[in-house]
Design a protein around this ligand. Structure first.
Ligand code: MN
Length: 338
């Protein structure tokens, strides 16, 4: 079978390797059907991921069809259409027992610390897969995993109906978070520096948009929230100054969710956090969000097709990555088919 390897940073190769075999009675073998290219795949390709190791098969947004099941597999059968949870956790540490597998002390993420799904077949324990609703195509189902991340962001920010939610940054992460917040009944404001990206946010349901390069963000937030401030700020920009801005526009008792990976410090006075009882929290991957997200897809409350801009056969992964890098305004999710 073929697999797409990053052999070392900057070097991508399609290699012929042996098909994986089921060696565990609780495992299933999956014929990969489609996979989404994520920003983090591109970081791993270039060697700018803080966590990845090499050589590595990329891909953590993976769907496929079961072609073989281990002897003790109960919940799945051959021909089931499934999506794969990329989180591999120990189930024994404090965090796992507290229902936070994404923070497992031995956390391994498929496509990052272990080989991912950009290959023709893979074997995985049945506990890491979920059925895709019949009404959802493989290509659309690729969006289920990114939406688990957006669901996590919204749950960390305790987004509720009627909340003013300010999403900084309308790239893929910001837009998925927007969709989930709208689905929960929030009033959403999205900022970005690029008008085309803000148009996208509007198309996906943003109530207000702010061009942070041309408009005064504090004034606009004040106006759009009736002088309350944003009850939840989702910082999908993730630099030192966006975090500072989040503190300025959040409401009393508000929540700030950060997604950035910068190690540059922000200047944040304690006073503002104390007097308004702000909650500042990080959000990483997801904690058991697949069932909830699949339910949204099943009910049609969230669909993948708004996000998919290009579909390539996986042999053209170089071309697909090149497109993501050179035409970021024209691209949302690029899907590889297998
Ligand atoms: Mn991703």
């Amino acid at each position: 079978m073929k697999a797409t390897y990053v052999t070392e940073p900057g070097k991508l190769e399609i290699k012929e390797i042996a098909e994986p075999q089921i060696t565990n009675a609780y495992a299933v073998k999956i014929k990969v059907k489609a996979g989404g290219i994520c920003g983090s795949d591109i970081h791993i390709y270039h060697g700018t991921s803080p966590v990845a190791t090499y050589p590595r098969v990329l891909g953590h947004e993976i769907v496929g069809e079961i072609v073989e099941v281990g002897e003790l597999v109960k919940k799945f059968k051959v021909q089931d259409r499934v999506v794969i949870d990329p989180i591999i956790n120990c189930e024994e540490c404090y965090q796992c027992k507290k229902n936070r597998p994404n923070l497992c002390v031995k956390l391994r993420v498929r496509g990052v610390h272990e080989d991912g799904g950009f290959r023709e077949y893979l074997v995985t324990p049945e506990k890491n897969i979920f059925k895709i609703p019949d009404s959802v195509s493989y290509e659309e189902a690729v969006m289920i995993e990114p939406f688990t991340v957006a669901a996590q962001v919204n749950s960390r920010g305790q987004v509720e109906k009627g909340d003013y939610v300010f999403i900084m940054g309308s790239g893929p992460a910001g837009l998925c978070a927007l969709k989930v917040a709208k689905n929960k009944g929030a009033i959403c404001i999205v900022s970005d520096l690029v008008d085309e990206r803000l148009e996208n946010a509007k198309r996906l349901g943003a109530d207000y948009v702010i061009n942070a390069g041309k408009e005064n963000v504090n004034e606009k937030i004040n106006k759009y929230t009736q002088h309350i401030g944003a009850n939840v700020v989702i910082d999908a920009v993730g630099n030192a100054s966006s975090f500072e801005q989040a503190i300025e526009v959040v409401s009393k008792g508000g929540r700030i969710v950060v997604l950035g990976f910068t190690d540059r410090p922000s200047k944040i006075p304690q006073l503002l956090i104390t007097k308004d009882e702000l909650d500042i929290c990080g959000s990483r991957l997801h904690a058991n969000k697949f069932p909830e997200v699949i339910d949204w897809f099943n009910k049609g409350e969230i669909t993948g097709k708004d996000f998919i801009s290009h579909i390539y056969p996986f042999e053209k992964i170089q071309e697909a990555i090149h497109l993501v890098e050179t035409e970021p305004m024209k691209v949302s999710k690029v899907v590889l088919t297998f």
